[in-house]
Design a protein around this ligand. Structure first.
Ligand code: NAD
Ligand code: IPM
Ligand code: MN
Length: 358
């Protein structure tokens, strides 16, 4: 097959990790007989520098004409929160997710067998294994609610960020979670703050209705603060974890670390129509950008998710995952996952080794 793929390299380590992921795509193409047309799409701080806007006009249309989108990361201190919204890289990321209707963000946190030693938890906890799928709602909640900033008479400046969720938004992400659980170990943990938030009480009531429709799937409610604790106490208890946008953002960074490093965790952002967008969960890592130190595995595994979820190519996806596991089993490590004091390899070398195994 020929696939047209939009590449949003972005800022910081974005171009470095996307470069290695593209190399892996090409290696998979060679082995399985696929070809690719790549379309470079400018988005983020680099777009602000080039055209004055982080989300240039027509970006969504260009992406919609592709079969999938691969994104590195956007952001950095140069385009900080003091800048107007249209120049901030994060504004562009939220806009592209919304415009492409990508309401479901799948973030699989898996402790790969070769990585057991990198798990910062107790040995017994790591030995139980970690294999959970965080299903994060991606186009609603406080990320997209009305914001306000105004001067008060007696309290100085005051700001508000509205958190809103509709039944429809909750139901569609909930269904994704239950359907995924059916293909996995058959358990959904729904994370909310229903002891405080009205949006969470609605979330919980919709999830309970869905649980009734999926009697074959085990279901539990977990309060978000307890979930954060359970993720370090016993992450092996979780199969599918479904939650709203901001809780999912925070909990997935935490879940990534218990599997060794944020540099390992991929994601798929999908909606009801193509294209899906594939992105590591990490950011642009300005502290290590341009130094050949970034771990490209999260982005490379995001390409595996692209094959699985956008192209229905399970064999190609598995080939990438096996290549990553083989390189890790041989002991190759980027600095983020190397034992303290042990030798590490760079971004490019890690990419090359993974390509070699495909
Ligand atoms: P970050 O994820 O960029 O970095 C956090 C820490 O993890 C840093 O120490 C970094 O070096 C390390 N790290 C991240 N990815 C790594 C990798 N692949 N290999 C090795 N180490 C890695 O988070 P931050 O520093 O809070 O944010 C930096 C910028 O990135 C901000 O502007 C933020 O808004 C943006 N951001 C973008 C995305 C995205 O584009 N999807 C996601 C998160 C943050
Ligand atoms: C992520 C990031 C983004 C988010 C930011 C950069 C807007 O942290 O993809 O996890 O919060 O969704
Ligand atoms: Mn995040």
């Amino acid at each position: 097959m020929n696939y047209k793929i939009a590449l949003i390299k972005g800022d910081g380590i974005g171009p470095e990790v996307v470069g290695e992921a593209v190399g892996v795509l090409e290696a998979v193409g060679k082995r399985f007989g696929h070809t690719f047309d790549f379309v470079d799409v400018l988005l983020g701080g680099c777009a602000t520098d080039a055209v004055g806007k982080s989300y240039p006009d027509g970006t969504a249309e260009v992406c919609r004409a592709c079969d999938a989108v691969l994104l590195g990361a956007v952001g950095g201190p140069k385009w900080g929160s003091d800048k107007p919204a249209e120049q901030r890289p994060e504004t562009a990321l939220l806009a592209i997710r919304k415009d492409l209707g990508l309401y479901a963000n799948l973030r699989p946190a898996t402790l790969r067998s070769a990585m057991a030693g990198a798990c910062p938890l107790k040995k017994e906890t790591a030995e139980k294994g970690i294999d959970l799928m965080m299903v994060r709602e991606l186009t609603g909640g406080v990320y997209f609610g009305k914001r306000d900033r105004y001067q008060t008479e007696d309290r100085g400046v005051e700001c508000t960020d509205l958190m809103a969720y509709s039944e429809k938004e909750i139901e569609r992400i909930g269904r994704r979670a239950f359907e995924l659980a059916r293909l996995r170990r058959g358990k959904v943990s729904s994370v909310d703050k229903a002891n405080v938030l009205e949006t969470s009480r609605l979330w919980r009531s919709v999830m309970h209705r869905l649980a009734g429709e999926y009697p074959d799937v085990a279901y539990e409610d977990v309060l978000v603060d307890n979930c954060a604790m359970q993720l370090v106490r016993d992450p092996g208890q979780f199969d599918v974890v479904v939650t709203e946008n901001m809780f999912g953002d925070i909990l997935s960074d935490e879940a990534s670390m218990v599997t060794g490093s944020i540099g390992l965790l991929p994601s798929a952002s999908i909606g009801d129509a193509a294209p899906g967008l594939y992105e590591p969960i990490h950011g642009s890592a300005p502290d290590i950008a341009g130094q050949d130190k970034a771990n490209p595995i999260a982005t490379i595994l995001s390409v595996a998710m692209m094959f699985r979820y956008s192209f229905q190519c399970a064999e190609e996806a598995a080939a990438i995952e096996h290549a990553v596991d083989a390189v890790l089993a041989e002991g190759w490590r980027t600095p983020d996952i190397a034992e303290p004091g042990a030798a590490a390899i760079g971004t490019r070398e890690m990419g090359r080794l993974i390509r070699e195994h495909i």
